[in-house]
Design a protein around this ligand. Structure first.
Ligand SMILES: Cc1cc2nc3c(=O)[nH]c(=O)nc-3n(C[C@H](O)[C@H](O)[C@H](O)COP(=O)(O)OP(=O)(O)OC[C@H]3O[C@@H](n4cnc5c(N)ncnc54)[C@H](O)[C@@H]3O)c2cc1C
Ligand code: SF4
Length: 480
């Protein structure tokens, strides 16, 4: 039965069922169930169909959210899927992992008026998962094949969304990645309990069926130079992400058992994918039976603490120098971590790491922090409280302090590639061109560490820039 809209006055906001914390702790499965069809329909009917939809304005992809909510409420899921997929290359992925509280849902008008947001992300996931089940999601079929080819460096969301958009137009697309699998951080960063890896693999299959070629285990700059790649293709897109982990300078930080977050998460993800991971087997990168301390307050730190819980850690503590209200990580993820048994130690920072005779970490010496006056950015300045040191026993310490771009001109052996002060690739934001003709860039490597949805948006914009560039090149060649 079709649902009327504006039901937010009579129907309360509800999320799909979340598995009990005790059950979640024991496996790496996603924590939310899917919406039942009828339930999604009723939740979609809460939308107030605003004249100016702030949800859409604050979605980086400007998804036509009110339209697909209306169609879902009316039970017209195939059309809802068509509208959703018209602006989003991977709606089922965004529905799962976008921080909706900061984007679409956080700006939903009925949320602002105190009724609780429409569950946009969960409905987006439901619509696309249903579309896959029903066979409505098909590989791209270009109307005509074009002779020009594009080489994309990086098979993360930016590279994949650009690849899909270009292939749709008929270009020949090859995506290169230094990893053995497609997906970038979707596969080796974000844990399975947030994004089931089969969801990523399902997309990869579709992209291959649509004619995109993947060249894996190839590192541009080591195996092929950017120059050679540029000779091979009519245009090149750099979508390499950011991988230089911020480090700690505290005494003892070189002790064994202190590891960077991505190394830890990649090992856990590979293990989950069935790879034989020596560092997990040896215990080096496993939290089993250990006291684990994770340092940092972002989403990566949340992924680490929750991974450690699932690996069977004895205790898991998160050390963060600011308070809960100032955490960069999503409040939803903090709540999930707390439910699963993570202890947060707010306003505390590591001062030193203590090790045993074998050079293995045995404790983190931390100091309490006072949050002082706001600085130029408006954030309160953290100050160490003298004489407040305390020790936390630790057999495994994970550093999750964020990521910065690597020195890309040096890594790609491309000195003509201009970068910004923050080491991101300098682009013209109108079309995402770099300082090398025919070379474009998208995703984290132009924004700094950001979000999947922004990477998809950049990929889409870069594809439009590449299309215009190639059409102009063809016109010029024809005129000569
Ligand atoms: C632990 C973690 C959790 C996160 N959780 C979320 C979340 O919940 N929600 C969210 O929206 N965002 C999240 N993010 C951020 C999100 O993953 C990134 O913003 C997004 O993946 C960026 O996409 P990208 O395509 O620019 O880069 P990436 O996903 O990093 O992909 C870049 C690809 O380029 C390849 N590459 C790099 N250099 C070369 C080279 N020289 N030659 C060949 N290949 C190369 C890499 O192997 C990689 O596969 C998280 C990030 C991390 C680290
Ligand atoms: S892509 Fe992200 S921000 Fe946009 S509607 Fe979907 S969940 Fe919201």
């Amino acid at each position: 039965m079709a649902e009327k809209l504006l039901k937010f006055v009579s129907v309360s906001r509800a999320m799909p069922d979340k598995r009990p914390a005790a059950e979640r702790r024991a496996d790496f499965g996603e924590i939310y169930a899917g919406f039942a069809a009828r339930f999604a329909q009723v939740q979609a009917s809460r939308c107030s169909q605003c004249g100016v939809p702030f949800c859409q304005v604050h979605c980086p992809l400007n998804n036509n959210i009110p339209d697909w909510l209306k169609l879902t409420a009316e039970g017209r899921l195939e059309e809802a899927y068509e509208i959703s997929a018209a602006t989003n290359t991977f709606p089922e992925i965004c529905g799962r992992i976008c921080p909706q509280d900061r984007l679409c849902e956080g700006n939903c008008v009925i949320e602002q008026s105190g009724h609780g947001t429409v569950t946009i992300g969960a409905i987006e996931k439901h619509v696309t998962d249903t579309a896959f089940e029903m066979g409505w999601v098909q590989p791209v079929k270009p109307i005509r094949e074009l002779g020009q080819s594009i080489g994309i460096i990086g098979a993360g969301p930016a590279g994949l969304s650009a690849g899909e958009a270009l292939r749709r137009k008929g270009y020949q697309v090859t995506i290169y990645d230094r990893h053995d699998r497609v997906g970038g951080l979707l596969i080796y960063g974000i844990p399975n309990f947030k994004l089931d890896k089969q969801v990523v693999v399902r997309r990869e299959k579709l992209l291959r069926e649509g004619g995109i070629k993947f060249e894996l285990n190839i590192e541009i700059g080591r195996d092929i130079s950017l120059d050679d790649l540029r000779q091979r293709h009519d245009a090149v897109l750099i979508a390499t992400g950011v991988y230089k982990a911020r480090d700690l300078a505290a005494p003892g930080s070189g002790a064994k058992g202190i590891v960077p977050a991505l190394q830890y998460l990649t090992a856990a993800n590979r293990d989950g994918l069935g790879d034989n991971v020596a560092e997990i087997a040896s215990g080096e990168l496993s939290a089993r039976d250990k006291n684990v301390v994770v340092i940092g307050g972002g989403d990566t730190a949340m992924d680490c603490v929750r991974t450690a819980i699932r690996q069977g850690a004895r205790s898991v503590k998160c050390l963060y120098r600011r308070d809960r209200a100032n955490m960069p990580g999503s409040q939803r993820e903090v709540a999930n971590a707390e439910e699963e048994g993570v202890e947060f130690i707010w306003q505390s920072a590591p001062a030193a790491f203590l090790d045993d005779e074998a050079g293995k970490v045995k404790a983190v010496r931390a100091e309490r922090i006072h949050l002082g006056m706001p600085d130029g950015t408006g954030r309160q300045t953290p100050r160490v409280i003298e004489g407040s040191a305390f020790d936390l026993p630790a057999d495994l310490v994970v550093k999750a302090l964020g990521f910065e771009p690597e020195d890309l001109p040096q890594r790609l052996k491309a000195p003509a590639l201009s970068i910004t002060k923050a080491n991101t690739v300098r682009v013209n934001w109108r079309n995402l061109t770099t300082t090398i003709p025919g070379v474009f860039a998208a995703g984290d490597i132009v924004r700094g560490a950001s979000l999947v949805v922004w990477a998809i948006r950049d990929g889409r914009d870069a594809a439009a820039g590449i299309d215009t560039y190639l059409q102009e090149s063809s016109r010029k060649a024809a005129a000569e």
